[in-house]
Design a protein around this ligand. Structure first.
Ligand SMILES: [Zn+2]
Length: 206
């Protein structure tokens, strides 16, 4: 056996599948929770500013007739920003996988499932459950929770929206962590999220 391979002789494997529908429903829970935890304080601290911004957006929408060109450019910019967010999100997973995996970047794979419209970053070797949790939650912390906290300090609505978008982007990750939260810290996991499942390896009780 390769010295860089984890010995799983005394472990039992279980394949845990995920339902896309459940993750989509869970996105609603994440949205509502984020709005209560961060949106409510943001509104209370920055209510005048928030209301003035919303009013100005509403006034602009009423005054300007819908401009097809502006719509197309706006949509295109939105698509570019969305793609950039997705790439950075997966890259953060990759950095943490490379840090924890025995074979470092050699075990990190990025890809796209065009049919499902998802980008993924997986690790081709098993890693312990706690490093897996850290790897899985980091994009949501760095791109979601941190900008939301900053928005509460500086009152910037862009930071707030950026944070909310990234909380939604991380809903699948949060869902997966909650699913495995009760696993023993001795367990290993193999990320097969590109196949909408995870392989979990639990140590046999001797
Ligand atoms: Zn993710």
């Amino acid at each position: 056996m390769d010295k860089n391979e984890t010995n799983l002789d005394n472990f039992t494997q279980e394949i845990v599948k995920f339902s896309v529908l459940k993750i989509h429903l869970f996105a609603l829970v994440v949205l509502v929770a984020s709005l209560i935890i961060f949106g409510l304080p943001f509104y209370l601290i920055r209510s005048e500013y928030t209301i003035s911004i919303i009013n100005s957006i509403a006034a602009n929408t009423q005054n300007n007739q819908f401009n097809v060109l502006v719509g197309i450019i706006g949509g295109f910019i939105g698509l570019l920003i969305g793609t950039a967010i997705m790439i950075v999100h997966e890259l953060i997973h990759g950095i943490f996988y490379a840090y924890y995996a025995k074979n470092k970047w050699k075990s990190v794979k990025f890809g796209l499932v065009l049919k499902k419209g998802i980008a993924y970053c997986i690790c081709t070797e098993v890693i312990k459950i706690r490093p897996f949790f850290i790897t899985t939650i980091m994009p949501t912390v760095i791109m979601g929770i941190v900008p939301l906290i900053i928005s509460l300090i500086n009152g910037n609505l862009y930071f707030f929206f950026f944070g909310i978008i990234n909380m939604l982007g991380g809903c699948g990750d949060i869902y997966i962590i909650l699913r495995f939260l009760k696993e023993s810290k001795d367990s290993y996991i193999l990320d097969k999220s590109n196949e909408m499942c995870m392989h979990i390896y639990r140590r046999n009780i001797l």
